[in-house]
Design a protein around this ligand. Structure first.
Ligand code: COA
Length: 161
């Protein structure tokens, strides 16, 4: 692999909304790669609370000052990667339960696009329990999500109640 390819990596997900767990993965991935493209994938299997552009604005706000580009995408991740000058996907692994699904995705993606490699970062122990759904459930029911999401997301969730 050329060094040009290793300079950036794609971090795909639904990000509805971004949480401190995602942010931790982005910050740690930036220790390995010069640039991270946070790719918001329009996942038709999930009913979203935030629109794609709301999610993109929140990520931009939370990643201010970091070498992060935010893009939205509908379609196959393997096809998106072919169009980019990169072949690295970053994913966070939370618990053993994530492994099977992530393994299946990584193998399928490399079948669709043999150039693709997925690297996994272990989710920080503070965020092992976290998911966007849990954040939405607590936030929309008036609970406190301060330790789970950046301030901008907390405010945006309040507006949705
Ligand atoms: N900390 C806290 N929570 C985390 C986390 C972390 N580090 N990493 C993931 N999560 C949570 C997310 O908030 C999300 O919660 P939710 O289910 O309540 O929304 C959950 O874990 C799943 O994470 P996410 O990264 O959003 O994955 P996903 O399963 O929604 O989407 C895609 C995965 C978008 C990468 C995948 O569906 C995809 O590539 N789609 C494109 C179509 C395609 O190519 N399909 C073939 C794939 S083989």
């Amino acid at each position: 692999m050329t060094s040009a390819k290793a300079r950036k990596a794609v971090y795909p997900g639904t990000f509805d909304p971004i949480t401190n767990g995602h942010l931790d993965i982005i910050q740690r991935a930036l220790k390995i790669f010069d640039e991270i493209i946070v790719l918001i994938v329009d996942n038709k299997n999930k009913k979203a609370l935030f629109t794609l552009s709301e999610r993109a604005d929140l990520i931009k706000e939370c990643c201010k000052g970091m070498n992060v580009k935010v893009e939205t995408f509908t379609g196959l991740l393997a096809d998106y990667m072919k169009k980019q000058n990169t072949n690295i996907v970053v994913r966070g692994l939370r618990a053993v339960s994530d492994f099977e699904y992530e393994f299946q995705m990584a193998v399928t993606n490399s079948k669709l696009n043999p150039e693709m490699e997925t690297i996994f970062l272990m989710t920080d122990k503070r965020y092992f329990y976290l998911s966007s759904s849990i954040v939405k459930e607590i936030g929309l029911s008036g609970g406190c999500v301060k330790t789970m999401v950046p301030d901008a997301v907390e405010k945006a969730l309040k507006k949705k109640t």
